[in-house]
Design a protein around this ligand. Structure first.
Ligand code: GLC
Length: 648
């Protein structure tokens, strides 16, 4: 759509910056002109009736132009390289690790000295958990930010961060950090000024004089942390008002009905982009728009905000991809990739939280039917977008997949979820897992699960009683879980410590700022003496590290693993075995996983249902060849084992 007035406005803003619009800045200019209409209409969808809409819109255009002007030549070059690769983040070459800087390497300077550790493991993408200023004791692991531009002194300084980014660049390691879009800490300057009574800043939040509106909201808003933070509003005595606090009482929700809030947060997004962030993790995007009478999650306007951000980023800092951290119902997650005219034009990346939880489900039951039943939604992901695939992260495991998948898998949803919760929280005697229930809702009995990969796979319990057989099983489970998520398509994200078999750490119970939140049990403090053992053959640490390293290396060598909408699930032939086929050009890779504690048999017929029938397969994991047998013959998979079979 051509809008004369709008293009004129853009040109006027650009005239003030000395840009070479037909030369070196031409691709920026073309992007701007190409996107400005949709930027404008998305903006009007949100703010069309706001009295300050024109003023703020102009500021946004200026901000886009300034961000581009201030972007370093190196980053502009990188933007171009990424554009030429097209969807650079779909590659099978990328593998990530997510870590807390202080718990991993004390501070940012320490992190630079660990780069060889990452490259040795095969990690070339880092997610640094929040590093911007956040008050000790009320920080929610850094997700309560009091200054979006100041690195918290616990980690170092902005200069240290810039130094780290340079070191990562030299080694071609990509970087992801968070933008905590939904809320600020109650100690953020905007919150402090609101508390002091400044109306301008009170309008940055949802603040009310009495309980009338909060009560209306709360009728339909679920509690996110029902054990530690009941209700969605907190009373602020200093200004005698109620403020919306969906997460903890110290995290004040930003009010995006105010365009000034959008403008401010966009500027912070641009600030991170110009630091050199490759993927920006948008924290909790499901929550950014609120409306009385709804759950205040996944509302259409939240998607409009994300689309608007995407369009602006595409113009100003085109190489930075966006990840939407939407840990919501499977059908809702898919919408964060964009719908209708915005398919693949919203978030480029999302967490495959559904698959993650389904793998934990299959591991607990030894039955893959629910996992298979739930794939229909996951498979609708559009081309050009990708997943973060993972088994564990800093958060809990939610069992949020649809009841209908559980029913289709042959189970009763209510009893099945109780079983899973008991299995992983130690309330089921014969379970090898050691975890805990997180955020139990007394009204609904809903709960999520905390615990480290190793502990949930049984390593902690097995070590306690020094049971060699169980230790062995747990190691096999750890590798099975990682393998299933590494090859399924998307960017694998290892949670730090899992590569070296860290079990739960209960020391958080002695810290007042953490003891109310058992997610800290799976956020270890790295003991580098323990990690040294990854080099010593025969140790548990070495076995897990070596297997993880091998898997990552294989992934990089197998082009079929790139996320090109090239995944087909195999039909079910054995309830313990899940398999998917990955293809690119004429290359095919069958990935087969046995979730059972016993050996499982898979008919060779399973390999004959998808195009040309293979005769010979090479298992990259066991390094051996198979001849595809008759339909009444079987591929035999040992307990908790898997095969990565390339068609020869
Ligand atoms: C995200 C984070 C989680 C945090 C929440 C509130 O879900 O992953 O750790 O508690 O947002 O910011």
């Amino acid at each position: 759509m051509y809008n004369y007035a709008l293009i004129k406005q853009v040109n006027e803003v650009l005239k003030k910056n000395k840009l070479d619009l037909l030369g070196k800045d031409n691709s920026f200019y073309t992007r701007f002109i190409a996107n400005i209409s949709s930027i404008h209409s998305l903006y009007l969808e949100l703010y069309g009736l706001h009295p300050k809409k024109d003023e703020v819109f102009l500021q946004i255009i200026q901000s886009i132009a300034n961000t581009y002007v201030n972007r370093s030549l190196d980053l502009k070059k990188k933007d171009l390289e990424k554009a030429e690769k097209q969807h650079w983040f779909l590659s099978n070459d990328i593998a990530g690790m997510s870590l807390y800087v202080d718990r991993f390497s004390t501070n940012l300077r320490g992190l630079s000295s660990k780069i060889d550790y990452f490259t040795n493991l095969g990690v070339n993408f880092l997610h640094l958990m929040p590093i911007f200023e956040s008050p000790e004791g009320e920080s929610d692991g850094g997700y309560a930010v009091s200054d979006f531009k100041k690195v918290d002194k616990r980690f170092g300084s902005l200069e240290d961060l810039e130094q780290v980014i340079q070191s990562l660049n030299k080694k071609n390691i990509y970087l992801m950090i968070d933008i905590v879009l939904n809320h600020t800490s109650q100690r953020h300057e905007w919150a402090e000024r609101a508390r002091k009574g400044e109306k301008e800043y009170q309008d940055y939040f949802y603040m009310y004089d009495d309980r009338t509106i909060p009560d209306q909201f709360e009728q339909t808003m679920p509690d996110i942390f029902p054990e530690s933070a009941q209700g969605s509003f907190t009373f602020v005595p200093a200004c005698n008002k109620w403020v919306m606090t969906v997460f903890h009482g110290y995290q004040w929700d930003l009010n995006y009905t105010n365009p000034a809030v959008f403008r401010e947060m966009l500027a912070i997004i641009f600030f991170y982009a110009n630091l050199g962030v490759d993927i920006l993790r948008i924290d909790a995007p499901a929550f950014i728009w609120k409306q009385i009478g709804t759950s205040c999650q996944n509302l259409p306007q939240a998607h409009t905000i994300l689309r608007l951000i995407k369009q602006c980023v595409q113009v100003a800092t085109s190489g930075m991809a966006l990840l939407g951290e939407a840990i919501v119902a499977p059908k809702e997650i898919m919408k964060y990739f964009g719908t209708d005219n915005f398919v693949a034009q919203e978030c480029d990346v999302a967490y495959n939280a559904t698959q993650m939880a389904l793998q934990w489900d299959a591991l607990a039951t030894g039955d893959v039917r629910i996992m298979l039943a739930a794939q229909k939604d996951i498979l609708t992901k559009p081309y050009g977008t990708t997943w973060i695939t993972y088994t564990r992260c800093h958060d809990d495991i939610g069992l949020g997949y649809d009841d209908s998948s559980i029913v289709e898998g042959g189970f009763n949803p209510y009893h099945h979820r109780i079983y899973l919760k008991n299995y992983y929280s130690g309330n089921y005697e014969s379970s090898p897992a050691k975890g805990a229930l997180f955020s139990v809702n007394p009204k609904t009995q809903d709960a999520r699960i905390s615990g480290s990969l190793a502990s949930l796979c049984g390593l902690e319990k097995a070590l306690e009683v020094n049971d060699k057989r169980e230790i062995d099983y747990s190691l096999k489970k750890i590798v099975l879980m990682q393998a299933c998520s590494f090859f399924i398509g998307g960017i694998p994200m290892i949670f730090y410590g899992d590569e070296a078999g860290y079990t739960n750490d209960y020391s958080y119970l002695n810290d007042k700022g953490k003891s109310y939140d058992n997610r800290w049990m799976h956020r270890p403090v790295i003991d580098w003496q323990k990690n040294e053992r990854v080099k010593v053959e025969g140790t548990i640490e070495h076995q897990i590290f070596f297997a993880t390293q091998r898997l990552l290396k294989l992934r990089k060598d197998l082009p079929m693993v790139a996320d090109l909408k090239n995944l087909t699930w195999l039909n079910l032939h054995n309830i313990h075995v899940a398999g998917y086929l990955r293809t690119v050009d004429d290359k095919k890779l069958y990935c087969i996983f046995n979730f059972s504690r016993k050996a499982s048999y898979l008919t060779w017929y399973a390999f004959k249902e998808h195009g040309a029938v293979p005769t010979k397969l090479y298992d990259h994991w066991q390094e051996k060849y198979y001849t595809v047998g008759h339909d009444n013959e079987y591929l035999i998979l040992e307990s908790y084992s898997f095969a990565l079979l390339e068609v020869q």
